[in-house]
Design a protein around this ligand. Structure first.
Ligand SMILES: Cc1cc2nc3c(=O)[nH]c(=O)nc-3n(C[C@H](O)[C@H](O)[C@H](O)COP(=O)(O)OP(=O)(O)OC[C@H]3O[C@@H](n4cnc5c(N)ncnc54)[C@H](O)[C@@H]3O)c2cc1C
Length: 366
């Protein structure tokens, strides 16, 4: 791989102002970069649509991905303190653990047998004591350090912090094309202008592959997730059931979700919402009488292995990928920003980050 060293007064262009683009812009500006964020306002952005779950124990399997997810999760408390200091916005964070609930004796046997290190089994009595609204369940796994962040407030706070940063500018334009790229300069085109920088961070979520002129295929596809919220808060914990999850958020509960390969169709459907309702009500019967507050959907930027693509292009060091965060982009956002700022600034990408390189999708990786 060719090397790239940052010059004094360097400028980064970040394409996309979802949570990944904003965290990259923040981390770059902290390292002394001037940053231009170029973003359109695509309906269906994943970041405001998400459940905000920080759940490596449930979502990230085992081994390297689980450790990476755990490190990502543990960035959150400091990050939110810092945002509070800078903006006066206190973003709600739940860190009392995630419950993975069994609704049958067989489900209980399976879950108990699968408990990852650090998680423990709650009998029906233990569970009833912790969450009376789950007293009908057959027990639950408790993943003690997982939880959720209010991703809508997080976006608001992140944007407010960046707006106050003189080295960061945000332009609402759609990038259509990567115009030219050399080792240490790169330019993209929007409808009426050409934007030039020393490095380009591609953080355009599910739309990343639609920008023309990129040096290789970006294996990211939109996967629609429908969500709804109800005006009730019977639970104190993020709760997973066999077919869905519930996230306490203020005076409401957020219910998720579907995984649908429907291209960029943002519709919410009666059957999708009915499926979520039915899974949620069997998980927490108290929700049966709760009125609906809102329903929405968004596009997860999914990769084939569900891990993000983070790192420099193998041929063009001025192009840095930060896309494809799939089901866990809220979880991975702060750590993605740190990694991107570090490699854009010329640090050697650590060998341990190879599982995130775009080369992993090529038949003969470089
Ligand atoms: C229903 C649902 C539930 C989810 N729940 C969770 C969860 O509980 N926990 C979790 O960790 N993750 C969750 N996720 C996943 C997470 O939301 C995403 O992985 C993450 O938000 C991706 O962020 P992003 O910034 O890459 O993409 P987005 O938020 O989609 O942002 C992409 C940005 O790029 C802009 N853009 C696109 N194309 C262009 C262009 N050509 N020019 C300029 N700008 C462009 C868009 O306008 C947008 O601003 C969920 C996702 C969905 C849809």
């Amino acid at each position: 791989m060719k090397s790239f060293q940052r010059r004094r007064g360097s400028r980064a262009i970040v394409v996309g102002s979802g949570i990944i683009g904003l965290c990259c812009a923040n981390a770059l500006s902290r390292r002394g970069w001037g940053v231009t964020i170029l973003s359109d306002r695509q309906p269906g952005g994943a970041s405001p649509a998400a459940g905000g779950i920080l759940g490596p124990s449930v979502e990230s399997g085992s081994g390297w991905a689980h450790d990476f997810g755990t490190r990502a999760r543990d960035r959150y408390p400091d990050l939110l303190d810092d945002l509070d200091d800078r903006t006066g916005i206190r973003v709600p964070l739940l860190r009392n653990g995630i419950l993975e609930v069994a609704l049958s004796a067989e489900g209980a046997r399976r879950l108990e047998g699968e408990a990852p290190a650090g998680s423990h089994w709650l009998t029906p009595d233990d569970l009833r004591e912790l969450e009376p609204a789950l007293s009908h369940a057959s027990g639950a796994l408790h993943h003690p350090d997982d939880g959720a962040v209010d991703n809508v407030r997080l976006l608001e706070a992140r944007l407010s912090a960046l707006n106050a940063e003189p080295s960061v500018e945000l332009k609402y334009v759609r990038v259509t094309e990567l115009l030219r790229a050399e080792a240490a300069t790169i330019a993209v085109r929007s409808a009426h202008a050409v934007h030039e920088g020393d490095v380009l961070v591609l953080a355009a979520g599910a739309w990343a592959p639609l920008i023309s002129g990129l040096p290789r295929e970006i294996p990211v596809t939109p996967v629609r997730g429908q969500m709804l919220s109800l005006a009730a808060h019977p639970l104190a914990h993020v709760t997973y059931g066999p077919l869905g999850y519930l996230v306490p958020r203020g005076s409401t509960t957020v219910l998720g979700t579907t995984m649908e390969h429907t291209g960029f169709d943002l519709t919410t459907t009666e059957s999708g919402i009915a499926g979520i309702m039915s899974a949620s009500q069997s998980l927490c019967p108290a929700l049966r009488v709760a009125p609906e507050v809102a329903r929405w959907s968004g596009f997860r930027p999914m990769t084939p292995d569900h891990l993000p693509i983070i790192g420099r292009d193998p041929e063009l060091p001025s192009l840095v990928y930060a896309c494809g965060h799939s089901r866990n982009g809220i979880l991975f956002a702060p750590i993605t920003g740190e990694i991107v700022a570090s490699i854009a600034s010329g640090d050697d990408p650590k060998a341990e980050l190879l599982p995130l390189s775009i080369s992993r999708f090529e038949r003969n990786p470089l």
